[in-house]
Write a protein that binds this ligand. Structure first.
Ligand SMILES: [Zn+2]
Length: 625
């Protein structure tokens, strides 16, 4: 009897802990927008109805919208920020010329925009539940002082009329870009700022991060009928506009007149992007469970590269789904946008005229943002490394495992190289710095992309790659659509591994302390080898010490930190592993005994996997020549 009860109890306990869900509340939006685009003067008028649900326990007396196109005006915060960063010299290029810290795509271009080239979003009227509201524009933020507060657990309806001018493309959004795409329409509508357990996030736009409220978008765009549109969401009226049905023209009923209205619907996304060009070629590729769409302007290069990209996506997805979780929507669009690459829900805008490897790289990077920006949606301003860094990690793994010529190469070597260069430069700042407030673009980008990727690769060193990989899937399962923060992430990894990781998060996130371990001394005592290791840097880490014997055998001596309160499992079943007592982080040295005389040893090596971001590897290895 007890035999039958005990397994049942275990099952129940196991089930309840597996079911434990993060219970953070979320605000909710439902946008209905109707846009009329004038392609002669690059302006549009818009009507926006927004159902806003306050799921927070708080009473809201005001709300904030983003008006990001107002950044594209001379003397804006984005303009001045760029020109100030341009004064900082971060090094020299290969020809010995000074490298300025500003984004080479932005530089002082905003300061030179003419009135018909700037971007703007002007709110004409705004009501809440039919009552006119007081609002004012603080450059890229609309501040609305509500006549009545929004109570907890209630929904209100805002109705807005606005008009906008599309800026000449400086970054991401804009018109007439270098690759000849007419309209890259991101950050194009007044967008409610996010309110979460940390309060409002009305972050002025100075070129960087985005943070939004999940909800449903219904968008109608009326535009010159020669244009082809690509967008977040599902096209609702392909037959009416004759789009995608060119070869089945009998089903097409084109309306009369000079314009067409494109109707899109996007469920459960936190932003909406679209792009338009009369010359877009559109191809599709079925992938496991969804369809990938590709929009590009055909030329001698793209007519080969883009169809090839389409064929590579199902192969990449096989790897991605297994390691990072399933893509949850029925459609994803790769859209030529002509300015680097930028991620949006269900779509990306990427430059399209480059070589195949670059196109594949940027496509996979931006698509992986569907996981870390689109679904997990960490506050990118506060945790840019959890977005860009985790995306870079997943991108590098995916590309490294799907491109034959990269087989067997460690995909994260560039991230470590970039990070070590930043350390040497003296520009390093903690990755906890707000994304907008780093002193340099250089420190922001290497901290976010490279150190963020190292955070995960090195975590594999600390808890074992298998635990890290299982933890990433668990993170996706438990936290998607909930805006996790850094602590939420590390708790998942603690639960997955049974190892305490508070120290790891603290050192990686809040400090610029560096890792440096050294072989201090190697002596023979009574026929055994006594090795003393030294922690030279301030950042404590567990140690994998590989010993190679002259007869070819290798053994791994593993020294956890006592503050881990656990050991990582052996990562290589073929290699003998000896687990030693923990290293107390307060102690600068640690001595261990290897049960072999020195004469039989070929080499001793701290962290042969190189996953530990040890800033000085010259003191890691001893070899008997
Ligand atoms: Zn990115």
């Amino acid at each position: 009897m007890s035999k039958s009860i005990i397994p049942a109890l275990f099952f129940l306990l196991g089930a309840s802990s597996a079911m434990a869900q993060a219970d953070r509340w979320q605000q909710r939006v439902k946008y209905d927008m109707d846009i009329r685009m004038d392609v002669k003067n690059h302006q549009f008028t818009g009507k926006q109805q927004l159902e806003y649900t306050n799921n927070s326990p708080d009473t809201l007396s005001r709300v904030f919208y983003h008006l990001q196109w107002n950044a594209f005006q001379p003397n804006s915060m984005m303009d001045v920020r760029s020109r100030e960063l341009g004064k900082i010299i971060i090094g020299k290029d290969s020809k010995g010329v000074d490298r300025h810290d500003w984004d080479s795509r932005v530089t002082d271009r905003i300061s030179k925009l003419q009135p018909n080239e700037i971007g703007y979003q002007k709110v004409r009227s705004l009501t809440m539940d039919g009552r006119q509201q007081q609002f004012r524009t603080e450059e890229t933020i609309l501040v609305v002082d509500l006549d009545k507060p929004i109570l907890p657990k209630t929904t209100v309806t805002f109705n807005m009329e606005f008009d906008a001018q599309v800026p000449v493309q400086i970054r991401r959004s804009g018109r007439n870009n270098k690759e000849g795409v007419d309209y890259s329409m991101s950050q194009w509508y007044p967008k409610m700022a996010e309110y979460d357990y940390e309060g409002w996030h009305p972050t002025p736009y100075i070129a960087r991060e985005f943070y939004g409220v999940w909800g449903d978008f219904d968008v109608k765009i009326t535009i010159d009928k020669n244009y082809v549109l690509a967008a977040t969401g599902y096209l609702q009226n392909p037959q009416q506009i004759g789009y995608g049905y060119e070869t089945k023209s009998s089903k097409v009923t084109r309306p009369a007149g000079n314009t067409l209205t494109w109707h899109f619907n996007a469920p459960n996304v936190h932003d909406f992007v679209w792009a338009a060009d009369p010359d877009y070629k559109h191809i599709t590729q079925p992938v496991d469970g969804f369809t990938a769409h590709f929009f590009y302007i055909e030329n001698d290069t793209t007519k080969n590269t883009w169809p090839q990209l389409a064929k590579m996506i199902p192969v990449a997805y096989e790897y991605i789904k297994k390691h990072y979780g399933a893509y949850p929507y029925k459609q994803y669009s790769f859209i030529q946008g002509g300015d680097g690459g930028m991620e949006y829900p269900m779509a990306t805008l990427i430059m399209g005229n480059g070589k195949m490897d670059g196109l594949y790289g940027v496509a996979i990077h931006e698509w992986m943002h569907s996981w870390y920006q689109g679904m997990l949606g960490t506050n990118e301003s506060l945790y840019p490394w959890m977005d860009e860094g985790f995306t870079t990690f997943a991108e590098d793994n995916t590309i490294g495992n799907t491109v034959d010529s990269l087989a067997g190469k460690w995909p994260h070597a560039p991230s470590y190289r970039n990070y070590f260069a930043l350390v040497r430069s003296g520009f390093e700042e903690p990755i906890s710095t707000h994304a907008d407030h780093f002193n340099t673009n250089y420190a922001y980008s290497i901290s976010s992309y490279s150190k963020g990727a190292i955070f995960l690769e090195q975590l594999g060193y600390v808890i074992g790659a298998a635990n890290r990989d299982a933890g990433l899937l668990r993170y996706y399962q438990e936290w998607r659509f909930k805006h996790p923060n850094a602590n939420d992430f590390i708790r998942v990894m603690e639960k997955q591994s049974g190892i305490q990781l508070d120290w790891y998060l603290e050192y990686m996130r809040n400090t610029t302390k560096h890792i440096d371990y050294a072989l201090d001394s190697i002596n023979e005592v009574n026929g055994k080898t006594v090795v003393t290791l030294r922690r030279v840097g301030e950042f404590p880490m567990p140690i994998d010490l590989q010993v190679e014997l002259k007869d070819g055998r290798k053994e791994l001596h593993y020294i956890p930190l006592t503050i881990m309160f656990g050991n990582k499992p052996a990562e290589n079943a073929d290699e003998k592993r000896i687990v030693h007592d923990g290293w107390r982080w307060t102690h600068p040295t640690y001595t261990l005994t290897i049960d072999t005389p020195i004469s039989q040893l070929k080499s001793i090596d701290i962290d042969p996997s190189m996953r530990m971001a040890d800033v000085n590897r010259n003191n890691n290895k001893a070899v008997d020549e």
